[in-house]
Design a protein around this ligand. Structure first.
Ligand code: SF4
Ligand code: SF4
Length: 207
């Protein structure tokens, strides 16, 4: 998760309500040339609108992903790489943070040692304070949601430099073997606007 909009240029807000948008796009105005040039086109995520879209489309999206998993199209990994780049030009994680608000990362033992050391705690103290062990999947998970390390006033991670590897890789859109992550996308499409956008773009490419 990175800051996506920076710099001192004039920003304009454009309301977009079409079927392909979760909220508002942000662009820049080239005042010298008296014309608007959208040099940044990242969506400010409106989670309420996103959830409505999920209700309408998740069944079809999951079915589509299931087909891709069973019968992967040629060059799937290369196409996924291209789509990943497109998605991150459009989606602004700092206006969303839905993963940190409604999901838990899995913490590996290496993550736990690193983050505990950051707080000058032992691994046991860290686990006792914030985590529980999910017996079913043998994973350490957050006890609470939103994640205790999310700054809700900014949507920023307060332990960004030492965050769990799972957070650093989320939502795993660009993997060497995408087909091995289809089940992950099937789950995440309900929570993650970037995953949703990726599936939407794949459906356009493969229809
Ligand atoms: S849920 Fe997806 S789009 Fe939202 S912050 Fe997390 S990775 Fe970004
Ligand atoms: S550790 Fe940071 S990136 Fe990971 S869920 Fe918590 S706030 Fe989000």
């Amino acid at each position: 998760m990175k800051c996506t909009i920076s710099g001192a240029k004039c920003q304009i807000l454009i309301g977009i309500n079409d079927a392909n948008c979760f909220g508002i796009a942000v662009g820049e105005t080239d005042i010298a040339n008296s014309k608007q040039i959208l040099t940044i086109f990242r969506m400010q995520i409106n989670l309420r609108s996103f959830k409505q879209k999920v209700r309408h489309h998740q069944k079809a999206f999951k079915k589509f992903l299931g087909k891709i998993e069973k019968n992967p199209p040629r060059h799937l990994d290369k196409i996924a790489e291209e789509i990943d780049a497109e998605v991150w030009k459009e989606v602004d994680c700092l206006s969303c943070a839905n993963c940190c608000k409604s999901m838990s990362p899995t913490f590996t033992n290496t993550d736990i040692k690193r983050i505990a050391a950051h707080f000058d705690m032992s691994a046991k103290e860290f686990k006792d304070k914030w985590l529980y062990f999910d017996e079913e999947d043998s994973d350490w998970m957050n006890k609470k949601q939103p994640c205790q390390f999310l700054d809700l006033s900014t949507n920023m991670c307060s332990i960004y430099e030492v965050r769990p590897a799972d957070c650093a890789g989320f939502p795993h859109l660009k993997k060497k073997k995408m087909v091995e992550y289809i089940h992950v996308h099937q789950q995440n499409v309900e929570y993650c606007p970037a995953t949703f956008k990726m599936v939407e773009k794949m459906m356009q490419r493969f229809s």
